[in-house]
Design a protein around this ligand. Structure first.
Ligand SMILES: *[C@@H]1O[C@H](CO)[C@@H](O)[C@H](O)[C@H]1NC(C)=O
Ligand SMILES: *[C@@H]1O[C@H](CO)[C@@H](O)[C@H](O)[C@H]1NC(C)=O
Ligand SMILES: *[C@@H]1O[C@H](CO)[C@@H](O)[C@H](O)[C@H]1NC(C)=O
Ligand SMILES: *[C@@H]1O[C@H](CO)[C@@H](O)[C@H](O)[C@H]1NC(C)=O
Ligand SMILES: *[C@@H]1O[C@H](CO)[C@@H](O)[C@H](O)[C@H]1NC(C)=O
Ligand SMILES: *[C@@H]1O[C@H](CO)[C@@H](O)[C@H](O)[C@H]1NC(C)=O
Ligand SMILES: CC(=O)N[C@H]1CO[C@H](CO)[C@@H](O)[C@@H]1O
Length: 626
């Protein structure tokens, strides 16, 4: 809008507007773009797995981790509840919940579970599993209730015949109406009159809303669907630091995350809370298959978070463990671990093509000093048996890497920076050696330019990520893969912000940060060839990259890392129509939990080979035309 009177501010505004930027996209030349460029990195941090994307909603159901206590449980009625280690459910699940009913008690009593800061109660169907032990024949009443209000959203009876000699398994499903908030609990109640003076034990209670692609023990459909909209190309898992552990025995152990959930012991994760490992190796693989992603499996390389590293012959058993894990993923059903995979429900090998050796092996001094030998030991063993696997080293730092990097190895770099930090790295890859490919395995703008911590990404930070991504895409002949991190948080349980998106237990809580929308815009608008662009202007404050798809759609990605509107003219000979997606909202404006103000707008555009894009301050845009 042109102001009617030219105030000094308006003159400044016009001055900012005066220099139109002219871009001409070449229809020939250029490098092919990596088809895997935009993917995701996942580890259980801030309850992104348990309490986040994994479907199971009840917390502390297996009393896992270092000191679970009665976290999330409450007594319902005049009973006492306790963690009972003398009635383990299985070798892996070493406790159950004991509900002791005083003599002369009548009515329905039992226990509740408050989930991860509440249970999300939606207008949908839930499946519910539990084990129980103790003499009881009669009705078990399952409910979803407002924890403070007592409002009943779901009320369901099943008839059981439980014995004192062993645990009996029950599964059922029921429908619910929607609660308007997060303050909900799941309850299990029984008729006290027949138990009075005695007790019952319950094990591994599980409650699932509909799961993504209807997988058993699957992901929350609403959360996974929101992520799927990004169309990520790969999933790096299971860490991150959460792969490592403080000591070797604390590491993520693949063979304790498979099979029936009742056989998974879980562990104290590296981010200070228990991991149930219900989201285990096979579930990650199904997640990849269901979202059309390449799995990128990180394997433990001997580094622990206390700055020690297992190396030399001490590493041999762990190398064998990696080979066992790969046999589980890739072996035929004639092999020991391939047969185990089949027993667990998957006959075909998993479509695994990428593994990463460790995580950030450059960060700790003892890690860097030993990584060259540890990497080589693992590389040699894996490559000998699986020559087609692409192997990723966890650092680009050549001082930690072998002096000769084997052909085909990708190296991983991580950047957590201020917005200006990403602008400074715009040309990081322009002059980089083309000798081996790059994976930007973690990146996010995490602080403001003054160094203060960013709570949720704002447009300045997200725009700086877009500038850096433009730099990667321009160089995606060597930058093969990139993933923002961390992916997801439970708002009430976050130890690391900002994250790409988040949720809590209230309805409609799933919130994309401004960075989520940048990732989505870049990932869903990909060409196969990066095209040369000529311009009358240098990069900054506006940055751009152009590409074309095999079907002839031209994409021009733009970021304006500046405080003035910039008028950009884009020439693409022969292109006549398409769309413009634009994300803007002010330098320090953010989306917040339950307060989403910035989402991309899409408009139709037409032109005969020329398109103009007015880039607001701190904006990110994608022009897609043919
Ligand atoms: C293609 O890559 C080479 C480096 O290998 C680079 O010099 C050239 O500018 C790239 N072309 C485009 C269009 O990005
Ligand atoms: C949930 O309700 C129980 C009583 O049933 C109460 O003790 C507990 O404090 C409530 N929890 C929360 C988080 O409000
Ligand atoms: C569950 O069973 C109890 C006891 O028979 C009964 O009072 C209650 O109405 C039943 N609830 C439902 C939802 O059927
Ligand atoms: C997992 O593998 C390790 C190393 O091979 C082995 O010691 C351990 O017993 C296995 N655990 C299970 C549950 O199979
Ligand atoms: C990369 O090379 C270009 C010229 O080709 C130069 O302008 C730029 O500063 C270099 N970038 C880095 C990070 O060295
Ligand atoms: C942007 O530039 C084009 C081409 O010079 C011009 O037609 C258009 O009016 C300009 N838009 C604005 C808002 O100044
Ligand atoms: C800083 C913070 O809130 N950290 C939390 C991260 O999540 C774990 C598990 O929920 C909490 O124990 C931390 O306090």
């Amino acid at each position: 809008m042109i102001p009617f009177l030219l105030s000094p501010l308006a003159v400044a505004w016009l001055a900012g507007q005066a220099s139109a930027i002219d871009l001409t996209v070449s229809k020939t030349g250029g490098n092919s773009s990596s088809p895997l460029l935009y993917g995701i990195m996942f580890e259980d941090i801030n309850n992104s797995g348990d309490g986040g994307i994994h479907g199971q909603l009840l917390r502390n159901n297996g009393f896992q981790g270092d000191d679970p206590g009665l976290t999330a449980y409450y007594a319902v009625g005049d009973v006492s509840i306790s963690q009972d280690t003398s009635n383990p459910l299985s070798t892996a699940i070493t406790s159950s919940l004991k509900v002791t009913v005083p003599s002369d008690t009548t009515g329905y009593v039992g226990f509740s579970n408050y989930g991860y800061d509440g249970v999300p109660v939606l207008d949908t169907t839930y499946t519910n599993y539990f084990w129980m032990k103790g003499d009881y024949s009669g009705i078990i009443n399952l409910r979803l209730v407002g924890n403070s209000t007592g409002t009943v959203y779901a009320d369901h009876n099943i008839t059981v015949d439980s014995s004192a000699s062993e645990f009996t398994y029950y599964d059922t499903s029921f429908t619910s109406t929607k609660s308007s908030d997060a303050d909900n609990a799941w309850q299990l109640r029984f008729d006290a009159s027949t138990v009075a003076g005695s007790s019952l034990n319950f094990g591994l209670v599980q409650l699932f809303p509909p799961t993504y692609n209807l997988r058993e023990n699957g992901l929350r459909d609403d959360v996974a669907s929101f992520l799927a909209e990004v169309k990520p190309s790969f999933l790096r898992f299971p860490g991150g630091n959460n792969l490592e552990g403080e000591t070797p025995s604390d590491r993520w152990k693949w063979n304790e995350t498979i099979g029936a959930v009742v056989d998974r012991p879980g562990r104290e994760g590296d981010w200070g809370y228990p991991n149930t490992d219900a989201l285990g190796l096979d579930e990650y693989m199904y997640w990849c298959i269901d979202m059309g992603m390449e799995p990128l499996l990180a394997v433990w390389s001997g580094l622990t978070l206390d700055n020690s590293a297992v190396s030399g012959s001490d590493l041999d058993p762990y190398v064998d463990d990696i080979l066992n894990e790969l046999e589980y993923c890739l072996g035929s059903t004639d092999t020991t671990y391939g047969a185990l995979r089949a027993k667990n429900g998957r006959t075909d090998p998993w479509p695994l093509k990428y593994i990463e050796v460790g995580n950030e092996d450059n960060v700790y001094s003892n890690g860097c000093a030993t990584y060259a030998s540890r990497f080589t030991q693992i590389y040699d063993a894996v490559h000998a048996e699986y020559p087609d696997l692409t192997i990723i080293a966890s650092t680009t730092d050549t001082s930690c890497l072998p002096s000769t990097i084997p052909d085909g190895v990708i190296t991983d770099i991580h950047h957590y920076l201020s917005p200006d930090g990403f602008i400074d790295l715009f040309n990081e890859w322009d002059n980089w050696s083309r000798d081996w490919p790059i994976f930007v395995g973690e990146y996010a703008s995490t602080t403001a330019n003054d160094g203060s911590t960013t709570y949720w990404s704002n447009m300045q930070g997200s725009c700086s990520e877009a500038v850096y991504m433009i730099g990667m895409e321009r160089n995606s002949d060597i930058v093969k893969m990139a993933s923002f991190a961390p992916l997801l948080e439970h708002f009430d349980m976050a130890e690391w912000s900002p994250d790409l998106f988040g949720l809590d237990s209230s309805p409609d809580s799933i919130t994309g940060s401004t960075s989520y929308y940048v990732q989505k815009m870049f990932s869903t608008n990909r060409g196969s060839t990066i095209l040369p662009v000529t311009s009358d202007s240098a990069f900054g404050p506006v940055y751009w990259v152009a590409s074309v798809s095999d079907s002839g759609t031209y994409y021009v990605k733009l970021a304006n890392y500046g405080s003035s509107t910039e008028n950009v003219t884009i020439n693409i000979e022969g292109a006549t129509a398409g769309s413009l997606e634009l994300l803007s909202g002010g330098e320090l404006v953010s989306n917040y939990p339950h307060d989403v103000s910035i989402t991309p707008s899409t408009t139709s555009v037409s032109g005969s080979g020329t398109f103009t894009v007015d880039m607001p301050a701190w904006a990110v845009a994608v022009l897609a035309v043919s």
